[in-house]
Ligand binder design. Structure first.
Ligand code: BTN
Length: 241
């Protein structure tokens, strides 16, 4: 399972959040090399904008950890490209898309998410994929799904993790060398929001417009009544029909 890029992989039965465990290890300088924290279950899984990440047993939850390294914000979009490539090859019967900036979608619902955090000890990239469970809490039923629900097929979690780590590694060298520029066309070709009219929530502010694509730096280009604006972050994006 270990790779050149990730020489240390730690598995846990249950943690609060793999991102929190990884950050603690970073702060304690527990490992000098990159490492991965993976758990069968999370009791306090974190999503973006302080949301919870539903993390029952039989999902895939892991955090890629890079001591003393800082990446451009497009690392999250790059990671989305990697996850998209892997799930599309493992489940060729499904059409997946990537919703800027960090969601993996299938059949109009979210099936995976990415949460990157950076501090002075390094960078962690947390990835959650809803795999082998059918139960989705009532308040998420309209917006979230799982691979099992969509395919009736279970995936071997360790195998999926192994392919993700390998694919991440293969593409990571290109990301470092050429930047997100090398991946932006792939992202735009599989972008869930492409040409959609959206409502963007950012703090107290809201903005509507039509999504024109993603830039080489990973920003979202929004055509608004004031012209085309680059959006660098958002708390939530809804499609308006
Ligand atoms: C999002 O879409 O809001 C991001 C979800 C990220 C969830 C993953 S699961 C593994 C890692 N540990 C966490 O607590 N969060 C990330």
């Amino acid at each position: 399972m270990k790779t050149e890029l990730f020489p240390v992989i730690k598995f846990y039965k249950k943690v609060g959040s793999t991102n929190a465990v990884a950050c603690q290890f970073l702060e304690d300088s527990a490992f000098q090399k990159n490492f991965v924290i993976c758990a069968h279950e999370q009791t306090a899984g974190k999503g973006r904008s302080d949301r919870n990440w539903h993390s029952p047993i039989s999902g895939l939850y892991f955090t890629l950890s890079f001591p003393d390294q800082i990446f451009p914000p497009s690392i999250t979009l790059f990671t989305g490209v990697v996850i998209h490539k892997v799930v599309s090859s493992v489940f060729p019967e499904l059409i997946f898309s990537i919703k800027w900036s960090n969601d993996i979608f299938v059949n109009g619902k979210k099936v995976g998410g990415i949460l990157t955090s950076v501090n002075k000890a390094g960078t962690v990239i947390g990835i959650g994929i809803d795999c082998n469970f059918r139960e989705i809490p009532d308040h998420l039923k309209e917006i979230a799904t799982s691979l099992l629900i969509e395919t009736n097929r279970k995936v071997v979690l360790k195998k999926l993790l192994k392919v993700i780590l390998k694919t991440f590694e293969e593409n990571f060298y290109l990301f470092n060398e050429k930047g997100f520029l090398y991946f932006v066309e792939y992202f735009n070709d599989h972008h869930y929001l492409a040409q959609k009219r959206v409502l963007i929530y950012s703090g107290e502010k809201q903005l509507t417009g039509i999504v024109q694509g993603v830039t080489d730096e990973g920003g979202l280009l929004l055509e608004t009544e004031h012209g085309i604006l680059p959006i660098l972050s958002a708390d939530k994006i809804d499609i308006i029909t």
